[in-house]
Design a protein around this ligand. Structure first.
Ligand code: G1P
Length: 275
């Protein structure tokens, strides 16, 4: 069982300036709920009870969000507005939160390695990038689908993938491999943000991973890759060469809330869904 979920949440959110000058990008709301809370709810649904959040300077609002606000509780207790707190109270009842700070921004791989102290080496764990907001109206959440596959392949890492337009390969980690089951590939090649002409496929990693603890030692030896950053994709390639990486074409919809277009699409989608 996957019990811990890591949330890298130290990035600056420059594409959302000025909104993200004093507010963490993970706290930007789609409707009334911050992006990070959607991720936490997805992790809970997949069976996680421990949320390990890698934050950075200026991210204190995240800790406050997943904590009790006594003044607020006191003000609205017994009033008609109290139900507005139900959702976040229920999240807080179901899991615990731990935090560590990434002191320097050295890439997603480095952020995940920073979380080692919260995750430990005992069990496989999940990673959610909260700005990839996923939904599956009919069935299980993306992480839940992956957690089920992980039960059958406990020695493998699993990345969620989707087909993207070929001209966008330079925005994603791209994978290639052999189909071993419906929607499930054993990966032998993966490359971070290749140009369309160098991309082996149009299968892009989206922000859901299940990782084996061995990844931490590999990350320690992973040298900076594209953009001068330590890339999780490069570390995963080391495991892929040993046959330990699977890619799962998930069922559901995903919004890139790291871009303004994706964020607006997500907002419209969730607004129409709740009407
Ligand atoms: C990161 C990963 C990339 C992945 C993407 C999914 O990139 O490095 O492999 O495809 O997340 O959103 P970022 O979006 O942080 O540049």
């Amino acid at each position: 069982m996957i019990k811990k979920c890591l949330f890298p949440a130290a990035g600056y959110g420059t594409r959302f300036l000025p909104a993200t000058k004093a507010i963490p990008k993970e706290m930007l709301p789609v409707l009334t709920k911050p992006l990070l809370q959607y991720g936490v709810e997805e992790a809970i649904e997949a069976g996680c009870d421990t949320m390990a959040i890698v934050t950075g300077r200026g991210k204190r609002a995240i800790e406050d969000h997943f904590d009790v606000s006594y003044e607020l509780e006191h003000q609205i207790k017994g009033t008609s507005k109290e139900h507005y707190l139900n959702e976040i109270r229920s999240v807080m009842d179901k899991c615990t939160f731990s935090y560590t700070r990434q002191i320097e921004m050295k890439g997603l791989g480095h952020a995940i390695l920073t979380g080692e102290t919260l995750i430990g080496h005992e069990n496989n764990f999940a990673v959610i990038l909260a700005d990839d907001l996923c939904d599956n109206q009919k069935g299980k959440t993306v992480l839940n689908q992956m957690a089920e596959i992980s039960k059958r392949y406990p020695n493998c890492c699993i990345v969620a993938i989707e087909e993207i337009p070929k001209e966008d390969t330079n925005k994603y980690g791209i994978v290639a491999g052999k189909l071993i089951e419906e929607n499930l590939y054993k990966i032998d090649t993966m490359v971070e943000k290749p140009s369309p002409k160098d991309a082996p496929t149009n299968l892009a990693i989206i922000g859901r991973y299940i990782l084996i603890p061995e990844i931490f030692d590999i990350l320690k030896d992973t040298t900076p890759g594209i953009g001068g950053e330590i890339q999780i994709t490069d570390a995963l390639l080391t495991l892929a060469k040993k046959g330990k990486v699977l890619a799962y074409k998930f069922s559901g919809i995903r919004f890139d809330c790291g871009s303004v277009d994706g964020f607006v699409e997500a907002t419209n989608y969730f607004y129409n869904k709740q009407k």
